[in-house]
Design a protein around this ligand. Structure first.
Ligand code: GUN
Length: 282
């Protein structure tokens, strides 16, 4: 039976470390504030944004909420971002995605000052990561690296296979595993003989977006399996991209859904807000 990688416990550990750092900054007169912008009322986004605000409160970061109507124009949103870029009291700016269809997501991401890009989505942040320079790193993949490190799982020299090539998870995940000296393969919807590739993995990261697609037939005995997916099944229960019941029998370690990768994303967002102080002063 696989060891459970407990994202809830590890994220709490990280948040408690950050709480101390935030208190130390406060003692120096630095108050960290994160602007959280939601356009429209997508119910999933409302839950995510609520969790981000709660985490800020726990750690001692001020969250400044912008709840904008669905009809907000791109120009209006860009104007708000411009004001926040110029506002020295704001250390991080987060626009919850997806934005309504009439707003161009790329324009929004690119408008955020890279020094306040706590999501790590700006092309400058992604470019810095790809050439090994300092900058913000996308929260979910950064959280996965922490899950591995804090569970005592070494990455160096390991065969790492990432299924999924999104800008938010798959691509930055691959770059981070490479930075940790893993041997990295990226699979995607056009990959031929997917199982042959995934069965090579010592560390398998599933970010496919299909409920329970990755069963034991994709996994090598003793592999570490990280599940990025989150879905609701017919009985309204949460499940991941990995068929947990079949994979836990052969993996050496596995993340559950919920309570695995999910809580780490917010912990790393908080980490990026704290790093924003150093990045501003660098
Ligand atoms: N929507 C889903 N995940 C994320 C995230 O990590 N950041 C933002 N801004 N929007 C999201």
């Amino acid at each position: 039976m696989a060891e459970l990688i407990d994202g809830k416990r590890i994220s709490k550990e990280i948040k408690d470390e950050l709480k101390e750092k935030v208190a130390a900054y406060k003692a120096q007169g630095i108050e960290i504030a994160l602007a959280v912008i939601q356009v429209g009322q997508d119910p999933a986004s409302t839950v995510y944004v609520g969790n981000k605000k709660k985490a800020c409160e726990y750690i001692g970061i001020k969250s400044v909420a912008y709840e904008l109507p669905e009809e907000t124009t791109e120009e209006e949103l860009l104007e708000i971002i411009d004001q926040l870029n110029k506002d020295d009291s704001i250390y991080g700016i987060l626009v919850q995605l997806p934005v309504p269809k009439h707003i161009n997501e790329d324009h929004i991401i690119q408008a955020i000052d890279p020094k306040k890009d706590v999501d790590g989505f700006h092309p400058q942040s992604v470019g810095a990561l790809s050439i090994g320079q300092p900058g913000f790193v996308s929260c979910t993949p950064a959280g996965i690296i922490q899950l591995l490190k804090r569970s005592g799982i070494s990455i160096e020299g390991k065969e790492c296979v990432v299924i999924g090539r999104s800008n938010i998870v798959g691509k930055p995940m691959s770059l981070l595993l490479l930075r940790e000296n893993g041997t990295v393969t990226i699979c995607h919807s056009r990959t031929k003989n997917l199982k042959e590739v995934t069965k090579r993995a010592d560390i398998l990261v599933a970010a496919v977006g299909k409920p329970k697609m990755i069963d034991a037939s994709y996994v090598k005995e003793g592999a570490v399996v990280i599940d990025v997916g989150i879905h609701r099944n017919a009985e309204n229960k949460l499940c991941g991209d990995v068929d947990f019941d079949s994979v836990e029998k052969i993996a050496s370690a596995i993340t559950p859904v919920p309570g695995g990768v999910g809580p780490m994303t917010i912990a790393m967002l908080m980490n990026n807000c704290v790093e924003a102080v150093e990045i501003r002063n660098a």
